[in-house]
Design a protein around this ligand. Structure first.
Ligand code: SAH
Length: 225
């Protein structure tokens, strides 16, 4: 009973948060708004932070990492033009929340692969995804995502949920022709620019999509520490 009441209260807060994102113009796509209303973000944060799960800000998920702010998840999903049936690669799985939103949009015929460098976070993310109902669509892998995930390539969409000094070359190689990739590129302390790379006739077409702040991408084609 207690739990049902909590779920209802969380649902009301979630609706308010997502309506706010639409109202402020962050997200306009009905598919993205619907996915964000469906995915229970409180299942992806540590229990003590559940009361804050529907604030529009990043939250601590342990190991020095954060779950991204809802507006950033919405903005990235919309810019990437995620849609049913797509094969998606995420780098920086964290809590699994962003992957769950992508999974909701790609639906049962799509697939989401997510690479997370820190094994305990990946383990927790798998449990979160199971509880939230997305474990059939999302595969969480432990590894250095700057190398991509060649065994399941090519991908229709790729996004990096951490700040990178450059667009890691293996990710571009693993992107399908006509595909889109979104990477926060820049300095960890001074902030980053959201960079979109479209693969057009085998070549990168790059556009910039505004400032953002992410934790560092650490790996062979990322920061060294
Ligand atoms: N998308 C996540 C938030 C990610 S925070 C969510 O929705 O909760 C960024 C994550 O990137 C952190 O968990 C960090 O450990 C991870 N990360 C950093 N460098 C990485 C790399 N080279 N490969 C995979 N994951 C990496």
């Amino acid at each position: 009973m207690r739990q049902e009441l909590d779920e209802e209260a969380f649902r009301a807060r979630r609706e308010r948060l997502v309506d706010g994102l639409a109202h402020r113009g962050y997200v306009t796509s009905p598919d993205v708004l619907e996915a964000m209303k469906a995915v229970r973000r409180h299942l992806f944060v540590p229990e003590r932070l559940r009361p804050d799960a529907y604030d529009d800000r990043p939250l601590d998920i342990g190991e020095g990492q954060t779950i991204s702010a809802p507006h950033m998840v919405g903005i990235m999903a919309e810019k990437l033009d995620l849609g049913p049936g797509q094969r998606v690669l995420e780098i920086g799985g964290g809590s699994g929340y962003h992957a769950a939103v992508a999974a909701h949009i790609v639906g049962p015929t799509g697939r989401v692969f997510s690479v997370e460098r820190i094994a305990p976070l990946a383990g927790r993310a798998r449990r979160n995804l199971e509880e939230a109902g997305y474990s059939k669509t999302v595969t969480m892998v432990v590894g250095d995502g700057t190398l991509g995930l060649p065994e399941h390539a090519p991908y229709d969409r790729i996004f990096v949920a951490a700040a990178s000094p450059c667009v890691p070359p293996p990710l571009f190689e693993q992107l399908r022709e006509g595909g889109k990739m979104l990477v926060p590129v820049g300095d960890v302390y001074l902030g980053q620019e959201l960079v979109m790379v479209d693969k057009h006739n085998g070549r990168p077409v790059t556009t910039e999509h505004g400032g953002c702040v992410f934790v560092p991408l650490i790996g062979v084609h990322g920061f060294r520490r």
